[in-house]
Design a protein. Structure first.
Length: 318
């Protein structure tokens, strides 16, 4: 049985002009900090090369996206999805606690921008195979907290993919990275990271892959950060997220015969649809009945409903 609960947000009347300007200014400051870095942020290089119009368009999209967030905050989400906003605030969610810890704050609230220091950054082979997506970093923020995992093109189907892995080996050797999972140790990055102890409860994981939320099965906050943001995390040890409202699903009882966690997820997706601009937490008294394979499946597939972060409560199995 699934009980859907709303984790209330802060009181949200019509955003004041000051609040709207401050949120947009926060984006502007963040962008400026990246582009004006002294050579240690690869995003700076992207702006001076062919295709920079794409990043300008992306910046315009971010502004538009922020206006949409403010519009949702002003009007409230439909009650069929996450309930009605109220004038009081509940305790912080697990995701908010992790973002607060890694950003050096005591608390973060929906609508804020959390500038965080990741606990682990996973770099995969795919970005190095895409023309214009990879620029050799000048430094690495912590060689023990950056891992390279070959997972998208093994064995190499083309010269470009083979060259990408050669570049990955060169990158790992140049900076003395502690974690390199080459051919033979390769696999789906989310699985390798979990099996090798890089996905840890209560931590923040950064990776460019869209299904990075798979880490949530182990109570680790992660989401697809995109290639430029991952490069920034590798070099400067900084990544930023917009703190979103959170939907919580509580489980009761046990799964029936021939029913898996994937079936539970399909029920959630069919019943409540997309969860764009929100994060998702799973827990409740029925959580012990879900095997780790079910939890990781549900966390991974949360990307398909548009969830920002997806995370399971910590328990003995975790």
């Amino acid at each position: 049985m699934i009980a859907k609960k709303c984790i209330k947000c802060a009181s949200v009347g019509r955003p004041t002009r000051k609040k709207r300007c401050s949120l947009l200014a926060a984006y502007a400051r963040r962008w400026t900090a990246v582009t004006e870095a002294e050579g240690d942020a690869p995003v700076e290089l992207l702006l001076n090369r062919p295709g920079s119009n794409f990043f300008f368009s992306l910046w315009i999209w971010v502004l538009y996206y922020e206006k949409r967030i403010l519009l949702f905050a002003r009007c409230g989400f439909p009650t069929t999805r996450i309930g009605t906003f109220t004038g009081h605030r509940m305790g912080a969610t697990t995701i908010e606690k992790i973002l607060a810890r890694t950003s050096g704050k005591s608390v973060v609230r929906p609508g804020e921008v959390a500038v965080c220091r990741p606990d682990i950054v996973i770099h995969i082979d795919l970005p190095m195979a895409i023309e214009g997506a990879w620029y050799r970093p000048r430094k690495v923020f912590d060689r023990e907290r950056v891992a390279v995992i070959f997972d998208h093109a093994i064995p190499s189907p083309s010269i470009r993919d083979a060259s990408a892995m050669a570049e990955g080996r060169r990158f790992a050797k140049e900076f003395g990275l502690k974690h390199l999972f080459d051919v033979g140790q390769h696999g789906i990055s989310h699985v390798v990271a979990a099996e090798r102890g890089l996905t840890r409860p209560g931590e923040l994981l950064v990776c460019a892959d869209s299904h990075t939320c798979a880490s949530g099965g182990l109570n680790c906050a992660g989401r697809g950060a995109g290639i430029p943001d991952t490069l920034q995390a590798i070099t400067r040890g900084v990544v930023w997220y917009l703190v979103t409202p959170t939907v919580r699903y509580e489980f009761k009882g046990e799964l029936g015969p021939m029913v898996s966690g994937k079936d539970v997820f399909f029920h959630i997706a069919q019943t409540w649809g997309g969860h764009g601009n929100t994060s998702v937490e799973y827990g409740g008294p029925g959580l012990p009945a879900l095997a780790m394979s079910d939890r990781r499946t549900m966390a991974t597939m949360s990307a398909e409903i548009g969830a920002e972060f997806a995370i399971f409560d910590y328990d003995e199995l975790t």
